[in-house]
Write a protein that binds this ligand. Sequence first.
Ligand code: SIN
Ligand code: CO
Length: 381
Amino acid sequence: MNKNNIALGGLTPKRFLREYWQKKPLLVRNAIPDFQGLLTRDELIELSCNEDAQSRLVMHRRKKWLLKHGPFAKQDFVGLPKKQWTLLVQDVNHFLPSARDLLLKFNFIPNARLDDLMVSYAPKGGGIGPHFDSYDVFLLQGSGSRRWQISTQQDDRFIADAPLRILENFYPEQEWVLQSGDLLYLPPNCAHNGIAEDDCMTYSIGFRAPSHHELVTQFLVYLQDHLEIEGWYTDPDLQLQSHPSEISPAMLRQTRTILKKIKWGSVDIEKFLGIYLTEPKTHVFFNAPEVPLTQQRFIQQIEKNGLQLNLKSRMLAGNEPIIFLNGTGFKVGHNAYQCLNRLANEQILYARHKLDIETKKILYHWYLSGYIEVLDNTDGP
Ligand code: SIN
Ligand code: CO
């Protein structure tokens, strides 16, 4: 938590968590005064043409919903109608340093829960229809204005043949028109519908919440990769069976004993979580520096200018001594843990922070993998 946290309409983050988080919607007028957004419509379109970005175009024409996935070409936007379409781009924080700064304003929610910043553009009448999301979201209005309608309805039937999960029936109970800089927090499963009043850009700060099924199956994958179980199935006292195709009680008993060797504790749970939560999404790749600095030159540079995480990197701190970065856990010494924990929290390590030799070596290894970058000397305070 820091003093740069987003304004929550006079609520402290603590009170917000207690009274609103995962419980009820909150509208905050003027959460970021004069907020005009981080990119223009044309820049968003350009981003949606980048093959590393995940983008969608949603159109509503003659009562039919249409969905196209990116990457797009500029011409895809030339013949579009004047109204009723939306372009959505996911993971904008992987591309814009200013988006990372925006996400840091929400760090009163743990990084482990953060998913991404999605940005949408819609001309008048555009929207993706009434729907539920299974995650928490802060909807921050950029340029233009958007009417948000919400409902606590239980009816969750979707239009059968639509390419998106759009509610068949929507019964709005409350509505507001959000202007630039206004913020609407919605807990999971609160039905909502956003309709652009004019040329409108919306910034969705989304949080991840895996289903129990996802967590359990991923944990089983983790165990499969990390368990070391010795021994072989043996049956020196095998009894003659009258039906050779039968699975015998003795075989069942022995298998049950073998399966009891599957053991895990809180260390495994923490390791699993750190690896799972920092694992890059399947479309995310890191590039090694084209002409890497030598280790000595790298150390000189970071001591002079500092360093930052690559925008695509995900980093979390386990209990000392474990640090997680992009799907790997690193066991480090006390000083390194302190510095790297700071890097995980702030995404940047300025030159004023003194680094020990172990930290410098790890950082160089991460630099060669494309996970971190030397700061330009213009970036530091
Ligand atoms: C949008 O930005 O158009 C949609 C955001 C949402 O409903 O979650
Ligand atoms: Co939504």
